[in-house]
Ligand binder design. Structure first.
Ligand code: ZN
Length: 232
């Protein structure tokens, strides 16, 4: 597997470029910005982009999707529960002080349990609402790799105070879906450093105290929320 991760845009969204080494077919996940840099990687590895996958409709993850589509012809995929949020990109642009990217044309919704195939690579779509209603994670079982969007970060979780966010839902998504993956799964969050499911099970203050209490309300959560006041 070819896997290149670029930090794109002012909020440093992790954009993944994932390709099959033999067929050179590829998918790009969360091309939020800096599409020239994404295209440079695509040319460097001689990749043919088959799919543009958006983990959720926040501008820092989807802002460059139409430019990438224009350059590659690849369809853009997003869970339908985020279509309403996608219509608010101009509002989102004003939140972070960037130019609105214009309308984004979605080819199809990606739903829970579907699989996305690119060459010999296969990713399972997990619908993980909470950060937004239509947030998804992509799990590559053969590689034990999770592209987590803004659902799970190293030692933190996605904020839930923006429109469509729900703390109860993100905790349920984490408990029932994400944290059921094997401990040695490598996690690429939507921002910041990579981690593993096992490390987060041990160290993430949102998750360590949740074995008995599903919605921990103690100090670790409050401290963590204070540290994460940014649009992600
Ligand atoms: Zn986000």
């Amino acid at each position: 597997m070819i896997h290149k991760i670029l930090s794109v845009g002012p909020l440093q969204c992790n954009c993944s470029i994932i390709g099959d080494e033999s067929t050179h077919e590829a998918m790009v996940i969360d091309p939020g910005d800096d599409i020239e840099d994404v295209l440079a990687i695509i040319r460097q590895y001689n990749l043919q982009v088959k799919q543009i996958v958006i983990t959720h409709a926040h501008i820092d993850h989807v802002g460059g999707a139409m430019k990438l589509r224009a350059a590659t012809g690849a369809p853009i995929l997003l869970n339908q529960n985020d279509y309403a949020l996608l219509k608010m990109l101009d509002v989102q642009a004003s939140w972070i002080g960037v130019a609105p990217p214009g309308d984004v044309a979605i080819e199809a919704s990606i739903g829970d349990g579907e699989s996305l195939e690119t060459g010999s690579l296969k990713a399972n779509v997990m619908h993980t609402p909470g950060h937004t209603e239509g947030s998804v994670c992509l799990y590559f079982p053969a590689e034990k790799l999770l592209i987590a969007g803004d659902t799970l970060f190293a030692r933190s979780i996605g904020r839930t105070d923006l429109p469509g966010g729900s703390f109860e839902k993100i905790m349920r998504s984490l408990r029932d879906r994400v944290m059921t993956l094997p401990d040695n799964t490598v996690v690429i969050p939507g921002h910041g450093p990579r981690t593993t499911i096992g490390e987060e099970r041990e160290e993430n203050p949102f998750l360590v105290s949740s074995s008995e209490n599903v919605f921990p309300m103690g100090e670790p959560r409050r401290a963590c929320l204070e540290r994460n006041r940014r649009v992600e």
